[in-house]
Design a protein. Sequence first.
Length: 118
Amino acid sequence: VQLQASGGGLVQAGGSLRLSCEASGRTSGIYAIGWFRQAPGKERESVASISWSGINPFYAESVKGRFTISRDIAKNMLNLQMNSLKPEDTAVYYCAARPSAMHSYTYWGQGTQVTVSS
């Protein structure tokens, strides 16, 4: 499975960005897919995830009500709509996929930088 993330950039606080992640290869082996982020000097954290079938979204408390994760099943795409962005959302965002509920996130895409200015 290969994952290609896109859509990062620079935005002012309160603004919006949309991240996308295209999955290719043996996508039938994906159980769930999600977004993680890592800010400088901080550990990587889960932001949001969803099943490959597009149900059961999960959100970190810090992004609930502001971020929306969705799947475009026909295009093998994962999207993350980020609204009301805050400076603390600044990080490198990664999409990742896991092959089953018993496995950790095995497949990782390259990161995309999101910078929110105050």
